[in-house]
Write a protein that binds this ligand. Sequence first.
Ligand SMILES: [Zn+2]
Length: 267
Amino acid sequence: MKLYDAHNHLQDDRFAARQMELLADCAEVGVVRAVVNGACEGDWPQVRALARAHPIVLPSFGYHPWYLQERTADWHATLTGLLQETGGAVGEIGLDRWKPGLPYENQEAVFLAQLRLAAKWNRPASIHCLQAWGRLQELMQENPRPTCGWVLHSFGGSKEMIPGLARLGAYFSFPGYFLHERKHRQREVFKHVPRDRLLIETDSPDQLLPPELNRFPLAGLDGKPLNHPANLVVIYQELAGFLGIEPQLLAAQVEQNFLRLFAGCRG
Ligand SMILES: [Zn+2]
């Protein structure tokens, strides 16, 4: 089976320079492509370096709403240059009204500036949305969008939202974190995602799987557990079981979806 990770953060410093080892593990379980999402100017260079160093890596660059206060005056020009140079995707970008203490002002303006770049070059955008669903749908409706489509990473919205978002070009990405028993509601929602809009992700090093499903235990230098990106293979198997389809059929569908969505990216 060929596996595609629609969203991770392999550049994360918590991996302490072990990325080549992790990518070798990924290749061994069948991962052929992984979208590595930068989250701020500080980690964009590492994303670019990983994409140059390893063919699995599809680079993606964006300002995540949690890090907007780190923006320099040059952020937009730097992002534009990286997207031109690498042919990468846009993300992680988004809207977040959930994180305590996180200011909301500026989030929409920065999100829209990045969405415009995605639309201009028709590159998929990877979107983080927490407690801002109504507003996200309005903004996607009212603004230029990449016609190739865009990703709702770790989609945690309701099943009622799916048709409207799908009409606007959304793909819905399932993380291993939803395999925890208590995430029953989020798992059920994925039964309503159109099969041609379904993606799978690790969000590695975050969103750990339940301990009994964690086939690749990994810890950072501080001893804290990290989600190994090769756990993607477990997420495919578990989601296939949950949806009641053969893993090979799920893999073939996700492959089609991934290749269609990211067809316009180089790198
Ligand atoms: Zn992420």
